[in-house]
Design a protein around this ligand. Structure first.
Ligand SMILES: [Zn+2]
Length: 293
């Protein structure tokens, strides 16, 4: 009994000593906190990839230089086209965001035949709908066939996917996530993703009406409850306008510098002030004045 007790306490001591040592190291090297968080996030993403791979074990598979594509029979005729588009967008996003992904792991893309299958992969309720989702290092897309009117020719299906599909948007989310090492706000990544989408495919979401624009959201509120905001069109539009304004006013180099500084684990407001020399609050006021005119 004593041995057991001793053993248990020894074990407890080892845990305490280890925890104290780790804490001391973290305090000696402030960047270490960020590294531990990043390490945890990376592990989480690796786990998500393994789980997605398991979930889609019965899917067909094709790969290219940077992607591994999984799809059902429904998309045997679009898979190669989607992969070609992915490589094309990849080169454009690398160029725009001035960032090369580290490591040699290929990016998983899964094409689901319909909305129900896509929603089910997340356990979402059926009333939520999306044509594409970036989550934890992987991209999930709705079949190009589901974007086009039923009975459309294959050429038409491909054209609609190329012009309106969310692939470049989701890929931009992945690059923002990687370049900032997971350190970004929600409106910001939605703004960048829409900006990249607009410049690669020409696609933009519908613009809100004049009445709607009178009640713009605070950026801090958009960070906290983006998905639950009652006017999603307004939230997405405002995010794009904000990023658009930053790029037109200060240039793409500054934007890439900002992403880089976020990747060094600086707080969003601190990084914003450092790169743009204005506070987020001031920017919030400026952009609202501009958008309400
Ligand atoms: Zn998005």
């Amino acid at each position: 009994m004593l041995m057991l007790g001793k053993g248990r306490y020894s074990c407890g001591n080892i845990i305490i000593y280890t925890a104290v040592t780790i804490l001391a190291i973290l305090m000696l090297f402030p960047g270490a906190f960020a590294n531990v968080r990043y390490l945890g996030y990376n592990l989480f993403k690796q786990g998500a990839k393994v789980y997605l791979n398991y979930q889609t074990k019965d899917f067909m598979e094709q790969s290219s230089k940077h992607f591994i594509l999984k799809y059902s029979e429904n998309d045997e005729d679009t898979a190669s086209f989607v992969l070609d588009m992915a490589e094309d967008f990849y080169a454009k996003v690398v160029n725009q965001l001035q960032y090369k992904l580290s490591g040699k792991a290929k990016i998983p893309i899964v094409i689901y035949p319909d909305e129900a299958a896509l929603n089910e992969s997340f356990g979402w309720s059926v009333d939520k709908s999306a044509a594409g989702v970036y989550w934890a290092g992987n991209i999930r897309l709705l079949s190009p066939h589901a974007l086009a009117v039923q009975g459309s020719s294959l050429d038409e299906v491909k054209r609609i996917f190329a012009e309106e599909g969310p692939l470049s948007h989701e890929l931009a989310h992945l690059f923002v996530d990687e370049k900032t090492r997971g350190n970004y706000t929600r409106w910001f990544t939605e703004g960048i993703a829409q900006y990249v989408e607009k410049t690669t495919t020409g696609f933009t979401l519908q613009e809100p009406g004049l009445e709607e624009k009178k009640e713009l959201y605070q950026f801090s509120r958009m960070d906290e409850e983006f998905d639950n905001l009652p006017n999603q069109t307004l939230a997405y539009w405002q995010s794009l306008q904000a990023v658009n304004y930053l790029i037109e006013e200060y240039g793409m180099d500054k934007m890439n510098q900002f992403l880089q500084v976020l990747g060094n684990n600086r707080g969003f407001s601190e990084a914003f002030q450092e790169v743009y020399s204005i506070s987020v609050k001031q920017f919030d006021n400026d952009i609202k004045k501009m958008l309400q005119i």
